[in-house]
Design a protein around this ligand. Sequence first.
Ligand code: ADP
Ligand code: ADP
Length: 216
Amino acid sequence: MRLALFGPPGAGKGTQAKRLARAHGLTHLSTGDLFRAAIRDQTPLGRQVEDLLQAGSLVPDDVTNDIVADRLAALGHGGFVLDGFPRTVAQAEWLLAYLAQADAPLDAVVSLQVPEEDLVQRLSRRRTDPETDAIYHLDFNPPPGDVPADRLVHRPDDQPDAIRHRLGVYHGETAPVEATLRAHTRYFEVDGTGSLDQVQERIEQAVATERGLTGI
Ligand code: ADP
Ligand code: ADP
């Protein structure tokens, strides 16, 4: 199964991508995670993109497409779930062409639907655990008691100014990708509100119905 999760910042792409990857043996490919790892390791890529991530602006398409190409090539024919890519029309066109020439098109794109006011609430209280890569929310998905609070990270782009900027970038540059995806892939809108289990079930059902299978 080759799947892409689409949606605004805070829609739950990372949370659901991890769950789907674990449940169905897929590789989770998050461009945001790849950039954050490069920043943490202070690689040349990390130094190049650090200020952009901090501000909540997009990394240039050619840089982003190159790292995705590297990862997809390393996967061979393995299944994957893309999270946070494509985010521009140019990235989407590049991805569709890349996968077509590899004879490995996307099986489905799932767009997570969450009201804008929920997004702000979700992002401002998001915390991540760098040791386990878990994604928490202080109210909706709190970290277990044995995770020390000082280990949790409040992402710099989850501060109010950067959140506002990222939502603007989403509406300006990413939302138009929907038309491209709708035209060229099996594209499903899935309600991204409710419990983590409910959202996962909705995604699995949408994709499974399409494939005529009982699971993905
Ligand atoms: P994205 O990758 O789309 O930016 P995340 O998966 O990081 O989104 O989720 C953003 C925040 O919302 C996190 O704090 C996460 O715990 C929380 N979250 C994810 N799914 C839900 C949900 N169904 N209900 C409430 N909060 C959620
Ligand atoms: P979000 O929770 O907002 O969905 P991500 O972890 O997916 O956050 O992305 C964090 C940041 O990484 C983005 O604001 C952007 O700076 C950069 N980034 C991630 N994916 C892409 C992409 N496909 N194109 C350009 N920049 C990206």
